[in-house]
Design a binder for this molecule. Structure first.
Ligand code: SF4
Ligand code: SF4
Length: 229
């Protein structure tokens, strides 16, 4: 018995389906000497560019200091921007590295590595804290599921939306970055690092340490909704 296998026969699917028409080959157009030099085309392109330089701009400055108020983008209440990780009044990170947020994240963009929390700093009731906490903002879809899932009111979202990165690695927000976001966001709202106001209340976390039911912005209108938005 022969063990040789035969090469599969080539089948023209178009022929099987009755499409026997073959496209005729088109003759290639010959380029003129000027077209081969590209110079007239470059000149035409430059003329077009200069013509548009003196026309009014069609783009909108939505964020700059000279932007028109009616064109400025102002985040509405509950806007989901960049994340931040909260700290408590003892300046300890609130995250207990429970992985609830990373489990809930549909984009699988949260990476957490937990470690033991020192009892002298965090107290005897606290066992874990994150050693690594990273969010890949290029994968994040800003759905807020991580905030919903957190049992410790440890993660929330700022209203910062203007993300510009020159390297992919800059879009991976690590622990220091997420804590810096906390500091900047709290400061912008006139709150302490732990989210405390001058009356000693925690407006972003109604009970101080429990789940953040307001997503942080119910009492704090950081801006008016844009007309028509
Ligand atoms: S906002 Fe959504 S996609 Fe982004 S990190 Fe949170 S759960 Fe993941
Ligand atoms: S942010 Fe919240 S849900 Fe995520 S690991 Fe920390 S405590 Fe758990």
């Amino acid at each position: 018995m022969s063990t040789q296998t035969q090469a599969p026969q080539q089948v023209d699917v178009r022929e099987l389906m009755g499409h026997t028409h073959v496209e005729p080959k088109r003759a290639e157009r010959k380029l003129s000497i000027w077209e081969k030099m590209y110079l007239p085309e470059i000149f035409k392109g430059l003329v077009n560019t200069f013509k548009h330089m003196f026309k009014p701009s069609v783009t909108i400055d939505y964020i700059g200091p000279n932007s028109r108020p009616d064109q400025r983008h102002i985040p509405a209440v509950g806007y989901r921007g960049e994340h931040f990780l909260k700290v408590d009044e003892k300046d300890n990170i609130k995250c207990v590295a429970c992985f609830m947020c990373s489990t809930a994240c549909p984009a699988e963009c949260i990476t957490i590595v937990g470690e033991e929390a020192p009892a002298d700093q965090f107290g005897a009731q606290r066992f874990k804290k994150p050693r690594v906490f990273e969010i890949d903002m290029l994968k994040c879809i800003y759905c807020g599921m991580c905030v919903e899932a957190c049992p410790k009111d440890a993660i929330a979202m700022t209203t910062t939306y203007n993300q510009v990165h020159t390297k992919r690695s800059d879009a991976i927000f690590d622990l220091p970055h997420l804590l810096k976001n906390n500091d900047e966001f709290m400061k912008s709202l006139g709150l302490s690092r732990a989210g405390k106001d001058t009356a000693g209340k925690f407006p972003l976390s109604p009970d101080g340490f429990g789940p953040d039911k307001t997503h942080g912005l119910q009492d704090y209108r950081v801006g008016e909704r844009q007309p028509g938005a």
